[in-house]
Design a binder for this molecule. Structure first.
Ligand SMILES: C[S@@+](CC[C@H](N)C(=O)[O-])C[C@H]1O[C@@H](n2cnc3c(N)ncnc32)[C@H](O)[C@@H]1O
Length: 282
């Protein structure tokens, strides 16, 4: 995990613990972190010195985002597969498989979550990297990889800062991630950076509705949905974000996420590449 340099904006209570490296809360939770300026009492400082890992716990609990991450954030990762099960069975899994069939060579699945895409990639990839920043999701992902016997590599890293050299991959994948990343423009620029110039981005994303009435509901319910769904923005215009990025959409299909709440039903899937021509809508 990356640590932000302390600035007046992001200094949190944890940073004030003397001689202890503050461990950041998950990047995923940065949207909800609120600084708390009360000083840590000396008794806690000595506890930290005795039990080094306690600083991690304090880091998690001394922000609103930290409490969220340690409670609902954790529960959400536990429930995630169950919450999506009916949707996957009703067609999402098949859509993932069809989209991922275009993956080739060295492939990175960014924001891999609990591993919904594990087992859906085509045979014969040279390399498969699963990147996921959230520790609770990562735990489940690690377990799924072990159970499936997959040889995929697991990297705990956010989409905005992937620990790979430029042009390292032939395929990058986002499935249901560009709605959640705190900085979609940075995530897309980073995907473009790690992609080979001839490489491809594959995506399956729920998006802002074309229908004005539904889009208004997505705007009204953005905050409660974000709190429920671990940072997901139901009203995010991901297609516009991809179009504004260094990637160009080559193919895009529009449909609906089956058996999903209306707020996150509008779905797009397709492929984009670095500097390619305009989209072919279907
Ligand atoms: C709705 S889940 C989707 C998981 C998986 N890709 C799937 O298709 O089921 C959103 C995922 O984005 C991850 N995420 C949140 N912030 C992220 C970031 N900055 N970089 C990469 N992934 C992030 C979350 O931890 C979570 O695993």
């Amino acid at each position: 995990m990356e640590t932000k340099a302390p600035t007046s904006k992001n200094v949190r209570r944890t940073v004030q613990i003397s001689n202890v490296t503050a461990r950041p809360t998950a990047v995923t939770m940065s949207w909800i972190a609120i600084p708390i300026s009360a000083p840590i009492p000396p008794c806690l400082s000595s506890l930290v010195a005795k039990f080094p890992r306690i600083d991690c716990l304090l880091a998690r609990l001394t922000t609103v985002g930290g409490v969220y991450e340690a409670t609902w954030g954790r529960a959400f990762s536990t429930l995630y597969d169950r919450l999506l099960a009916a949707t996957e069975d009703a067609g999402l899994r098949e859509l993932r498989r069809r989209t991922l069939a275009q993956a080739s060579g060295q492939t990175i699945d960014i924001g891999a979550g609990t591993g919904a895409n594990v087992g859906l990639f085509p045979e014969g990839l040279e390399r498969l990297v699963l990147a996921e920043p959230d520790p609770h999701m990562t735990k489940r992902l690690r377990r799924k990889l072990a159970e499936s016997g997959s040889s995929a590599e697991l990297v705990q890293a956010p989409a905005e800062r992937l620990p790979f050299e430029d042009s390292s991959f032939d395929t990058a994948v986002f499935t249901l991630v560009l709605c959640t990343v705190p900085d979609p423009a940075a995530a897309l620029a980073e995907a473009a950076r790690v992609l080979d110039p001839g490489g491809k981005l594959l995506f399956v994303e729920h998006v802002r509705a074309h229908d004005r009435g539904l889009a208004q509901w997505q705007d009204r319910l953005e905050l409660p949905w974000k709190l429920f769904a671990d940072g997901c923005r139901c009203n995010r215009d991901t297609v516009a974000n991809i179009e504004a990025s260094p990637l160009s959409i080559e193919e895009i299909e529009h449909g609906e996420m089956p058996k999903a709440p209306p707020l996150v039903r509008p779905l797009v899937w397709g492929g984009a590449s670095v500097g390619a021509g305009g989209p072919q809508e279907s």
